[in-house]
Design a binder for this molecule. Structure first.
Ligand SMILES: Nc1ncnc2c1ncn2[C@@H]1O[C@H](COP(=O)(O)OP(=O)(O)O)[C@@H](O)[C@H]1O
Ligand SMILES: [Mg+2]
Length: 308
């Protein structure tokens, strides 16, 4: 699968998940990357912000997941984002995702865990990145998103340094472990790291210990990123935009751009590692093929002298 998948998760709402997804998507797209955003949240904030005046009667992610036969091609449910993000496609969420827990019960649909992966994988080479926005809960949909990320990327946890948000992060890490144990996840997606998504320098002293504890408890692959709390973000949101568009030179936009660059670097590193591993396997196989066939010497059979 060509695309690098990043699921943005925290059990707690209001910690900046959607904002992180939107701004990384915007930063990546403005660098020419092809991005697919999958909106697993019934609130569909990412869908609304990326699609603008999107017609509600077209197929959404919910239709795609419910369609067991695969009659609906995943391409049908992918919509191009509004200008200027022509390289972003959206697998749109809507309120019906709230019913998904009931309608997509693993008891009736044992394939539900891999439903998202099965639908999206054939299109994955058309994208450089797949970003998944999650609801503030851990349900069958978030699990399906993690299945897509496993082996193809990982997950990021945004935090706001409140204690609920740290609990939410803990719930995510525990849920990933449980899904792995239950073999829903054949391999664990990489824990990429923490994003302090609403970082307030003025409050940083008071929340230092929370930050230190979070860094110790959740040490991911990448160093934590600090996105400053900024009124530009709320202003941009009110205008239905991202700070990458409205205030591209601001410190908050710079933080999202830095995060997008770090993730691009990580994608390259993972690809290089996979290439090296493939080369190693093939050179070992070649060496084995070239090596002369070793014929095992027959074991010397000890013969005991029988004395007359
Ligand atoms: N860096 C930031 N500075 C200021 N406000 C922010 C920042 N990041 C997010 N917000 C605001 O915080 C609120 C919650 O963010 P959101 O991304 O919707 O969180 P979640 O998806 O986790 O529920 C939104 O109103 C958003 O505009
Ligand atoms: Mg959200």
């Amino acid at each position: 699968m060509g695309a690098y998948v990043i699921s943005v998760l925290n059990h707690k709402g209001g910690v900046g998940k959607t904002t992180v997804v939107l701004n990384i998507a915007a930063a990546l797209a403005s660098r020419g990357k092809r991005v697919l955003v999958i909106d697993l949240d019934k609130q569909a904030n990412a869908t609304d912000r990326l699609l603008g005046s999107f017609k509600r009667n077209r197929p959404h992610l919910y239709d795609l997941l419910l369609d067991e036969e695969g009659a609906l091609d995943a391409g049908d449910g992918l919509y191009p984002a509004r200008a200027p993000f022509s390289t972003i496609r959206v697998l749109a969420g809507d309120a019906r995702l709230g019913a998904a827990e009931r309608d997509l019960s693993p008891a009736d649909r044992p394939d539900v865990w891999s439903a998202l992966k099965d639908k999206v994988s054939p299109l994955a080479d058309e994208f450089d990145f797949i970003l998944i926005d999650n609801p503030p809960s851990l349900n069958v949909l978030t699990a399906a998103g993690l299945v897509l990320a496993a082996g193809n990327g990982g997950f990021l946890i945004p935090l706001d340094l409140g204690s609920d948000s740290t609990k939410g992060a803990k719930a995510v890490v525990e849920a990933v472990g449980k899904l792995h144990k239950a073999r829903v996840l054949e391999e664990c997606p990489d824990f990429l790291g923490l994003v302090f998504a609403l970082y307030q320098k003025a409050k940083a002293k008071g929340t230092k210990q929370v930050e230190v504890n979070a860094r110790i408890a959740f040490s991911g692959k990448l160093a934590p990123i600090h996105v400053p709390h900024s009124s530009y973000v709320t202003e941009a949101a009110a205008a239905g935009k991202t700070v990458i568009e409205t205030h591209p030179k601001s410190p908050v936009a710079a933080a999202y751009i830095a995060l997008a660059e770090i993730l691009t670097g990580e994608k390259l590193a993972v690809e290089k590692q996979a290439k090296r591993a493939a080369l190693k396997v093939s050179s070992t196989a070649r060496r084995k093929l070239k090596a002369p066939l070793k014929v095992k010497r027959p074991l010397k059979t000890r013969t005991r002298e029988v004395r007359a």
